[in-house]
Design a protein around this ligand. Structure first.
Ligand SMILES: [Zn+2]
Length: 168
C-alpha cells in the first residue's frame, strides 16, 4: 500500500501485549509496511503490569511511544523528514492527557527540532466516527477486524468488554 510506511509495536509489559503484537504484525503484513518491535525491560517477577493504573492509564505513555517511533524513524530514514502518526482519538481525551491535542502539539514542537513531525489525524474523531471512516475507505480489507483496542483481553482471546477502550 505505502512503501514508505513503517509500523512500530512496543512491548512495555502491557496486559494486552500479545494480541496487540499479533494485530500490529498482521496489519503491517496486510499493508506491506515494514514492521519494527521494541521492548522495555521490566522485572516481571517484582511487579506485574506496573506501568498501568487500575483504569489502564500509563502516565506519559504516548511520550514514550512517540519518542521511540521518532528514534526508529530517524534510524531508518536518516536525514529525511519523518512523520510519526499516532492513533489518539477523541474518546481518549478525558482520561488520557497524553491523547489531547495540546499534548500532541507540544510533542510535535519538540520533535521538529529533530526533523520529526508528530500527527494524530484521528484526534478529533470519536471511535464510532473512526469505524465509519474505516468502513467507508476500506470496505475490501477487513482492517477493523485486524486491529486491537482492548487493554486487557479475556481468556478466550477476545476483548474484555469492560476496560475503558472496550466501553467506548
Ligand atoms: Zn477491554
Amino acid at each position: 500500500m505505502n512503501p514508505g510506511a513503517h509500523t512500530l509495536f512496543v512491548n512495555y509489559n502491557q496486559e494486552a501485549r500479545n494480541p496487540e503484537m499479533l494485530a500490529a504484525r498482521k496489519i503491517a503484513r496486510t499493508y506491506n509496511a515494514k514492521h519494527h518491535e521494541a521492548a522495555i525491560y521490566q522485572h516481571e517477577a517484582e511487579v506485574e503490569h506496573a506501568y498501568a493504573d487500575t483504569k489502564g492509564i500509563v502516565p506519559m505513555r504516548n511520550c514514550l511511544l512517540i519518542s521511540m517511533a521518532s528514534i526508529v524513524g530517524k534510524n531508518v530514514f536518516g536525514q529525511s523528514s519523518v512523520n510519526v502518526i499516532i492513533g489518539a482519538q477523541h474518546g481518549d481525551d478525558a482520561d488520557f492527557s497524553d491523547c489531547r491535542p495540546s499534548f500532541i502539539n507540544k510533542m510535535n514542537e519538540i520533535a521538529q527540532s529533530f526533523g520529526v513531525s508528530v500527527e494524530a489525524p484521528l484526534i478529533n474523531k470519536t471511535r464510532s466516527e473512526i469505524v465509519r471512516m474505516a468502513e467507508q475507505y476500506d470496505m475490501e480489507r477487513p482492517f477493523m477486524r485486524d486491529t486491537w483496542s482492548c487493554y486487557r483481553g479475556n481468556s478466550q482471546g477476545g476483548p474484555c468488554g469492560v476496560c475503558l477502550s472496550c466501553q467506548q
